[in-house]
Design a protein around this ligand. Structure first.
Ligand code: NAP
Length: 234
């Protein structure tokens, strides 16, 4: 039995979205270790989807990211990743919440118009406060990196949340890894292992729908991609 697809409420669940290689690797030198257009399209399709109705306003799409990823998107012009002005142009309802340990919080009031509305926060509690204060939310996505994923997974508040976990069936050189999910009943042990998650509420991960297999292209090589969507259940 797979879960329902409905996720419309005042405070929608937060979807973690990540692609991992066969060792749980997710990054190298501050960037993605791979360039797989099919996986990229899957990510973009999910994280830019919004309400498609003439009667209703589109609804806000909110992304949560670590400060380094935000800087990669907005300051370093890297052709391998999407440009935030491009995304902002197609998704004018986008709001970005950025985790940083730096104070004071900076505001987005003076932003360049090509940069979406954004807020800097210092903790997961502040992420939740900000998200819950946003009106007309359609979806919320946690983009990582690893500490930002871990903050959500350790928060003990995962009831409406989902994990969009893409398995890339190849071993890449990586220096950044997704948290160890064995505490959630999933056989995902990154190598090398990261610190264990806390999971105070004893959630486990349950497939929400059947996994989807797609062949991706990395350079000229064909690679299996498996798209999984999990719910957190107690
Ligand atoms: N494969 C995938 O799907 C995927 C997804 C996401 C990321 N990645 C990869 O992961 C790497 C990026 O991860 P990263 O860890 O280097 O960067 P990051 O998560 O984008 O940013 C790290 C920054 O977030 C802030 N932060 C972290 N923990 C915090 C906490 N507990 N409280 C407040 N702020 C906190 C700090 O900002 P300050 O320094 O400003 O204090 C920290 O330096 C890249 O290689 C990227 O490609 C891959």
């Amino acid at each position: 039995m797979y879960g329902s697809d409905l996720r419309m409420s005042n405070t929608p669940g937060i979807n973690i979205i990540v692609a991992v290689d066969s060792n749980g690797g997710i990054g190298l030198n501050g960037n993605l270790p791979w360039r797989i257009p099919e996986e990229w399209n899957y990510l973009l399709t999910n994280v830019t989807r919004t309400r498609n109705s003439i009667e209703e306003a589109p609804g806000r799409v909110t992304w949560i990211v670590g400060r380094k990823t935000w800087h990669l998107w907005t300051i370093q012009q890297n052709p391998n990743i999407f440009s935030i002005p491009e995304v902002a142009a197609i998704l004018d309802s986008l709001v970005v919440v950025i985790l940083t340990r730096q104070v004071p919080l900076q505001s987005s009031e003076d932003r360049d118009s090509s940069i979406p509305e954004h807020f800097f926060v210092n903790s997961w509690d502040q992420v939740m406060e900000k998200v819950e204060s946003l009106p007309n939310l359609y979806s919320v996505w946690n983009f990582g990196g690893p500490d930002v994923y871990q903050l959500q997974l350790d928060s003990g508040r995962l009831t409406n949340d989902r994990l969009y976990l893409t398995n890339i069936k190849k071993d890449f050189e990586c220096d950044t890894f997704f948290p160890d999910l064995t505490e959630f009943g999933l056989d995902h042990k990154p190598n090398p292992r990261r610190s264990k998650l806390v999971n105070p509420e004893k959630y486990s991960l349950k497939l929400d729908r059947p996994p989807v297999l797609q062949m991706g292209t990395c350079d000229v090589e064909k690679i299996e991609l498996i798209y999984n969507v999990y719910s957190f259940v107690k």
